[in-house]
Design a protein around this ligand. Structure first.
Ligand code: ZN
Ligand code: FE
Ligand code: FE
Ligand code: ZN
Length: 271
């Protein structure tokens, strides 16, 4: 049977800014011809006091157990598909103990680490775009890549999400970014984390898959394993631009992808 790239980055309406029940995403995955998917909804905002947690950004703490139960139930109800239980967890420097505790609370198949904040600034949120005018673009990129490396070194994550998310709104420095790519790929390799090919970049002003092909190529050269995700926030986005994702992987030289079960990684040939 032909191997189809698993989609390991799927949200649900529980996060407050995505549409559709988990069932709807499973139905969409089947319709898209996928055989393996993983939910990776946003972890509760563990680094903030409960009163300050925006219900439009992540599930509430009391919803985490429901999320887990729902994915486990869907797995039982849909034996024709492989359904993984993942989570997308923000990396916040200095708050790794709280995150480590939260990650122990459920039998996750994998944990996707994300950098969505630079010094508390939500640089990927359309409501905070003025931040790009208030800061030097080179400083923004340097801050982003340093945090991404720190996230890898934390040892908390199996996969680093959308690894050049900082390009989302199309703000790019004129510098050659390849030194950042090489340094970051070396850290990923040393820490044993996967890089994620994420097609949401195609739906953003950046108009390009995360990460840039030069970044993915250097990850391949360093032997960094890879996963793929659509970052679906609506059922119709499951397996979004999957042909392009496959082309991106092949163009970077990848011949296999990583799959996870109970946080153990295995490589599967791409064809
Ligand atoms: Zn989201
Ligand atoms: Fe994210
Ligand atoms: Fe996401
Ligand atoms: Zn994401």
């Amino acid at each position: 049977m032909k191997f189809i790239l698993p989609d390991y980055h799927i949200h649900t309406r529980r996060c407050g800014h995505a549409a559709g029940t988990p069932e709807a995403y499973v139905t969409a995955a089947r319709a898209a011809g996928l055989s393996e998917i993983g939910f990776a909804d946003h972890i509760p905002m563990y680094w903030l006091p409960k009163a300050e947690r925006d219900p439009g950004l992540a599930m509430q703490e009391e919803e985490l157990a429901e999320y887990v139960a729902e994915v486990v139930r869907l797995r039982e109800e849909n034996p024709d598909l492989i359904i993984r239980l993942g989570i997308e967890a923000d990396f916040i420097p200095g708050r790794t103990e709280e995150l480590a505790a939260a990650l122990l609370s459920a039998p996750f198949d994998y944990v996707i680490g994300s950098v969505h904040y630079i010094d508390g600034w939500a640089f990927d949120h359309p409501a905070h775009l003025t931040g790009y005018a208030q800061r030097d673009i080179r400083t923004i990129y340097a801050g982003y890549f340093r945090l991404l490396q720190e996230a890898a070194r934390s040892g908390l994550f199996d996969i680093l999400a959308h690894p050049d998310l900082v390009k989302k709104f199309g703000y790019r420095p004129e510098d050659d970014l390849r030194p950042w790519y090489a340094e970051t790929a070396a850290v990923f390799a040393a820490c044993g984390v996967c890089v994620e090919v994420n097609t949401a970049g195609l739906r953003a002003p950046a108009g390009e898959i995360y990460p840039a092909l030069d970044f993915l190529k250097v990850c391949r050269e360093y032997g960094v394993p890879v996963t793929a995700g659509s970052d679906a926030h609506a059922p119709g986005q499951v397996g979004y631009a999957w042909e392009q994702a496959l082309e991106w992987l092949r163009a970077a030289g990848y011949r296999e992808v990583a799959v996870f079960e109970k946080r153990r990684r295995r490589a599967v040939p791409l064809e």
